[in-house]
Write a protein that binds this ligand. Sequence first.
Ligand SMILES: *[C@@H]1O[C@H](CO)[C@@H](O)[C@H](O)[C@H]1NC(C)=O
Ligand SMILES: *[C@@H]1O[C@H](CO)[C@@H](O)[C@H](O)[C@H]1NC(C)=O
Ligand SMILES: *[C@@H]1O[C@H](CO)[C@@H](O)[C@H](O)[C@H]1NC(C)=O
Length: 362
Amino acid sequence: MESVTHIVLLFCIISSSIVNSNQVETISPPILLSQYNVRHDAVTLSGFSSGSSMATQLHVSHSALFHGVALFSQAFYRCGPHSLVEFGLRCSKLGMGVFPYDFRLSIGDARRYEWMRLIDPLVNLRGQRIFVWIGELDEYVPLEMAMENAKFYETFTSNKSLIRTTVFHAKHLLPTTNFGDACDQDAGQNVYLGNCNYSGAHAALEFLLRDKANIINPFISTQMQNIPQEEGSLMAYDQSEFYSGRNITDEAMGTLGFIYVPKMCQPQFNIADEPCFLHVNFHGCNEWHPQVALRYIRNSGFLLVADANRILTVFPLTTRVPQNMDGCWDFFSYTGSLFATKKGKQIKIVKAIIDRILGKLK
Ligand SMILES: *[C@@H]1O[C@H](CO)[C@@H](O)[C@H](O)[C@H]1NC(C)=O
Ligand SMILES: *[C@@H]1O[C@H](CO)[C@@H](O)[C@H](O)[C@H]1NC(C)=O
Ligand SMILES: *[C@@H]1O[C@H](CO)[C@@H](O)[C@H](O)[C@H]1NC(C)=O
């Protein structure tokens, strides 16, 4: 375990985000998740860094459920999948591009998994919308590794115009309009959010849902000093009930996650009973602590985009365990070799969470 920790520190995928005492807010007791009135034909995913890995793993595993995915600042599906060392050497800047992992290996894995029925048929990916964002100054993720997310998906989607790749002059971060330091500065102390005069949350959801709705940008017509406040409810939910084993911590997932229900998705305000959209966002490494996660969630831009566009948004949380000291989502097989398939332990839990909201799981 010691060595794993050292490798992680060496890779610096993570700089420690310490809970800042003046940021602490009270977390209400977790609710039990229930079904919500959401569209089943436009469920989307996004993630940052290790959360991007989780988003693409869930997307490829259960492609029949989804409409698209947004991937921020990470290498492609199953890059360097056998260990953190392999990932570090072959998929991160630590390896200096000497022996890069070939994305065609990942395409082969996906086809093999499809044949073994460990993932949904890949034909479901045709017509899906894929958004890829990367900062060219990223300290950890090589630009070409992130760009190969697009090459991976091009193999399976029907139309290249359904894939958008955006490159910014930015470090390893999720871009926002107003939070953190400038885009070209290290964002480790700001929960990996950067002030880029650009909302990654809006850009991603606008691209993913543009064939379903006219997605409004809540930041555009607003003075920077006057960002609107969110109007919906950000609530903790009990995540452990979705794990049938003894203790959800065994899978490096937290006992609670967060759900954001925009006002217009709450039954008492949704008079016309119009379904909302459903989106799931996955945090990066070292954002597992609920207080840190809240800081990330509140400042990421997702909540205001959710309000403006009736998007119910779920933020599942990991936790820190000895085999995963930084609370990363599993992108290097610490929960088992099938981590990127329907049999993946974290994937099973998040799938059950989505099913509950869709009303498929009582
Ligand atoms: C690809 O998608 C774009 C945008 O949705 C559309 O305009 C174009 O006709 C599509 N091309 C093909 C070959 O389907
Ligand atoms: C921010 O971006 C908008 C376009 O999205 C642009 O009009 C504006 O000048 C930019 N502001 C700064 C400070 O760069
Ligand atoms: C689950 O395991 C963690 C770590 O071993 C422990 O701190 C926690 O109390 C356990 N929770 C339950 C409900 O047993």
